[in-house]
Design a protein. Structure first.
Length: 259
């Protein structure tokens, strides 16, 4: 049987990069999309040097805000590997600051990457998955999808958008044998915090961050045993449980982290 193929947006760093390595080790062919070509080239070298057996890596320089770039990535995946089984809509940026004090440019960038980017990946991948007989969409959302956060309002709203999308399209795509998983990720040690738009880095929490490799391992497990919603840490499960009973308190506490 030919190897399964996974396309990952935002594969040049953090969770996407760790996922590319984890899927290659698990013997999937991986298509990695991001803007930083040199980072993708480094990753390609690292995957090529893995002990056999491992999947191949196809790096594709592209911007997820451009539908054409994502469509081209899917077309190249099909040309090279002949199928597409999984898409991980992972590329994303953060934004910190009061809504009215944030530049429109930053807000627009966030919405284009976190919302348009996810829509482009799904819309490009679904026809290819249908041709491959089914598939799996993994959406990289955040615990802040469920806990709207002051001083990061547009970010949490963008994640609420994609988590809502995941729930709706799960039903639409089930007849096509395409499963949709929503990853409610908590704080993870990546470049994300330093690259956050607006006021930039947020203050440290006393709870240790997850490592991107933990999220990547959960994605490989989810590919083997599909789940609707994935929450990785006990701490995040506790937050979501508390949010169920005391939503305003949790939003207040989230605001203290981002202020
Ligand atoms: N780290 C956390 O604490 C945390 C918590 C919850 C959820 N998440 C979510 O996890 C996902 C991955 O974030 P991360 O933590 O791994 O951060 P990261 O290390 O900053 O990675 C972000 C990735 O997105 C890519 N990207 C950004 N804009 C893009 C664009 N316009 N086109 C194509 N690729 C683009 C970046 O690549 P290029 O710059 O090379 O294009 C990079 O590969 C995001 O959706 C984030 O919201 C992260």
């Amino acid at each position: 049987m030919s190897r399964k193929v996974v396309l990952i947006t935002g594969a040049s760093s953090g969770i996407g990069r760790a996922a590319a390595l984890a899927f290659a080790v698990a013997d999937y062919h991986v298509v990695g999309v991001a803007r930083r070509q040199e980072r993708l080239a480094e990753l390609a070298e690292q995957i090529a040097a893995l002990p056999a057996p491992h999947g191949d890596f196809l790096p594709i320089t592209g911007n997820v805000t451009q539908a054409n770039d994502v469509e081209t990535a899917v077309a190249q995946a099909l040309e090279r590997f002949g199928r597409l089984d999984i898409v991980i809509a992972n590329a994303g940026v953060g934004l910190r600051g009061e809504l009215v004090a944030t530049s429109w440019q930053d807000i627009e960038t966030l919405l284009h990457v976190n919302i348009d980017g996810v829509l482009h990946a799904i819309r490009a991948a679904v026809p290819a998955m249908q041709r491959s007989g089914g598939g799996h969409i993994m959406i990289v959302s955040s615990v802040l999808a469920a806990i709207p956060s002051p001083y990061s309002a547009c970010y949490s709203a963008s994640k609420a958008f994609i988590s809502s999308l995941a729930r709706s399209i799960r039903v639409e795509l089930a007849p096509h044998s395409i499963h949709v998983s929503d990853f409610l990720v908590g704080r993870t040690e990546t470049e994300f915090n330093q690259k956050r738009l607006g006021k930039g880095e947020r203050k440290d929490s006393r709870i240790p961050n997850m490592q991107p490799e933990q999220v990547a391992a959960a994605m490989v497990n989810c590919a083997r045993r599909p789940r609707n919603t994935v929450v990785l840490r006990w701490f995040d499960r506790l937050l979501l449980l508390a949010n169920h009973f005391f939503p305003n308190l949790l939003t207040y506490l989230a605001g203290r982290q981002y202020r």
